[in-house]
Design a protein around this ligand. Structure first.
Ligand code: ATP
Ligand code: MG
Ligand code: MG
Ligand code: MG
Length: 439
């Protein structure tokens, strides 16, 4: 991609209306623009990152055996009357009437819709267990949308729903999602600590929130540093290993971690002092096991192994895909801009010519651009006729992991500069060695 032909609008000034660093950087670097309160358009740079996050979430769901589908954003109010949540949900639900005066809503979540869908098709215990998910826009009319995409009104969520014949099955489905979440956040390059959570309006008794630590987080968090040492890829742990997954669950839940909602001073005081970590955190995911709450209310039943009817046990599992863009920036930036973890970077490499009007520089840049492109490396080439310093500052702001900096003086002695955005380390290399390093 050539910057001269891209749509990457950068703001010169730091936006005054943004309170937290991720929101400022997302506006300045041109990831999003607000179109109405809490509603954002995703510009090309932000959209690339959003898609990368979405794809990692998808791959880890697929690995855990969850099955992707897509449900609509608009739902019928009747579905929510069946579960009894239509009135209970309150003003966060955006309620709409169609031309025939039918009551509709923009879905804030999909428990009702999926339960209604599967009740026509799941007939026997042999059709279970199943976990279905989709990655779809949600709307919640937040009383105070703020912090950009972190608390938007329209936001992208991965939501999965599990159906099991019994409690043991439901527990295993929950454990599979727990592990999938830990692996997802690890791949995204962030540390998200699972914390015992209150279940709130979704109901049920088993629930964890996944919290990324950041000073601007909305909730206070307390956790045992031992959590950082839990090995998610321990030998042999796969999703079919029920005992292994339960052992993982037990290890995670016996390690103290809680938000202010569930914090327990007595248990906290038992954690060795040097391992106590406190701070603020951002909720990026939330998993629930809630038994037969929706299946019972909505009449989902299957025939059991002994011929009798069984009401399936359910769970639901959400990841805030669009919130993650902000949360990752909160956890990974410096004074000069965003520092993307490799896995979600919009491009891996940025090429900068210090003097685009120098033929040797432009020629070298073309060659590197073509070679990286052919090697399948995602690369953004700043081929504009701008001051070199301004181009470098723009690259720092956008946060691509690597920069190849090309100047007439270096080229005369056969080298370009390779800069690592995270460490700031710069190294002079021949074009060939730079290509080898980046491919
Ligand atoms: P919060 O406590 O931040 O209001 P929640 O507990 O209401 O979130 P859940 O119902 O658990 O949210 O939804 C699952 C995930 O969806 C959350 O963990 C979060 O990552 C994301 N999410 C929820 N509300 C928003 C929002 N307004 N903007 C962006 N992402 C959101
Ligand atoms: Mg909420
Ligand atoms: Mg919450
Ligand atoms: Mg939640």
């Amino acid at each position: 991609m050539r910057l001269s032909k891209a749509y990457l609008p950068v703001l010169k000034e730091s936006p005054a209306d943004a309170q937290i660093v991720s929101h400022k950087l997302m506006l300045r670097a041109g990831l999003v623009r607000q179109t109405a309160a809490g509603i954002y358009a995703w510009l090309p740079l932000g959209f690339r990152v959003l898609k990368k996050i979405e794809q990692i979430v998808r791959e880890e769901q697929d690995r855990a055996g969850a099955i992707e589908m897509l449900m609509p954003t608009i739902q019928s109010a009747d579905l929510w009357r069946e579960s009894g949540r239509y009135d209970a949900y309150g003003p966060e639900m955006l309620r709409i009437k169609d031309r025939h005066d039918r009551e509709m809503l923009y879905g804030p979540t999909n428990e009702e819709m999926l339960t209604a869908l599967v009740r026509d098709d799941m007939k026997s215990y042999r059709d279970l267990p199943r976990t279905l998910y989709h990655i779809q826009w949600k709307f919640r009319d937040e009383v105070r949308p703020r912090f950009g995409v972190m608390r938007g009104r329209e936001f992208l969520m991965k939501d999965a729903y599990s159906f099991d014949v019994d409690e043991a099955g439901a527990r295993h489905s929950y454990n599979m999602q727990l592990l999938a979440y830990l692996r997802t956040f690890k791949r995204l390059g962030i540390q998200a600590v699972p914390m015992k959570a209150a279940t709130g309006p979704i109901g049920g008794d088993l629930s964890h929130e996944f919290i990324v630590l950041a000073p601007t987080g909305e909730s206070k968090v307390f956790y045992d540093a031992a959590f950082e040492a839990i090995d998610l890829d321990r030998a042999g742990l796969d999703y079919g290993d029920k005992a292994g997954l339960q052992a993982m669950f037990d290890e995670v839940s016996s390690t103290y971690a809680a938000t202010d909602e569930t914090h327990d001073e007595a248990r906290w005081s038992e954690v060795a002092e040097e391992r106590r970590r406190t701070g603020r955190g951002i909720e990026v995911g939330h998993i629930f096991s809630f038994g037969d709450k929706y299946s019972k209310a909505m009449g989902l039943k299957v025939t059991g192994p002994d011929g009798g009817m069984v009401t399936p046990m359910m769970g639901s599992y959400g990841v805030g895909v669009s919130r993650l863009v902000g949360a990752i920036i909160e956890a990974s930036h410096d004074d000069n801009g965003i520092v993307w973890p490799d896995a979600v970077a919009p491009w891996k490499v940025g090429i900068v010519t210090m003097r685009q009007d120098d033929d040797a520089s432009a020629g070298a840049a073309e060659k590197i651009h073509a070679a990286l492109h052919d090697a399948g490396v995602e690369v953004l080439y700043d081929d504009r006729d701008e001051r070199g310093g301004a181009k470098l500052a723009g690259m720092d702001l956008m946060g691509l992991p690597w920069q190849v900096i090309i100047g007439p003086r270096g080229l005369a002695s056969g080298v370009v500069e390779l800069k690592n955005r995270r460490t700031g380390d710069r190294e002079e290399l021949s074009i060939e060695s730079a290509l080898t390093r980046l491919s």
